[in-house]
Design a protein around this ligand. Structure first.
Ligand code: ZN
Length: 138
């Protein structure tokens, strides 16, 4: 793929088509004052169609979020216009402050300072449960 347009930053590649926007929001990229490109429905030999996100800035990105949204994604780190690292994602075993528990009786809804922790309880079906009350993530 063409990475010429980025000098220093990150390209999130091989995102399943349709997940690019979801990832964009979950990563909080909409709240960052950086240049981000989302390319949707790119033809891919491996996936048929895929989404790509290009971030033209060196900002901290939570890789667990990428692995959660799409464990098949790859992350390319670009420095001085060159690909310096390629990372394969995987389903994270724990998510910290990514998802919020929907259970109104969960301790996290009353104790605001507690971290929102979700654990992967069923990797086959990609099911995460609240570490506090075991409510399933949506
Ligand atoms: Zn909970």
């Amino acid at each position: 793929m063409n990475i010429d347009s980025i000098r220093n930053g990150m390209v999130i590649d091989h995102i399943s088509a349709g997940y690019g926007m979801k990832l964009y929001h979950l990563l909080g990229l909409d709240e960052q004052d950086v240049s981000v490109a989302i390319i949707k429905n790119v033809t891919s030999r491996k996936l048929g169609k895929k989404d790509i996100i290009k971030i033209d800035a060196e900002i901290p990105v939570n890789l667990d979020v990428i692995g959660y949204v799409d464990p098949g994604a790859t992350v390319n780190i670009i420095k001085n216009g060159e690909l310096v690292e390629k990372k394969n994602m995987a389903l994270p075993t724990e998510l910290h402050n990514v998802l919020r528990c929907k259970n109104p009786r969960c301790i996290t809804s009353t104790e605001q300072e507690l971290p929102h922790v979700f654990r992967l309880t069923d990797p086959e079906r990609k099911i995460y449960r609240c570490a506090w009350c075991e409510t399933k993530a949506e």
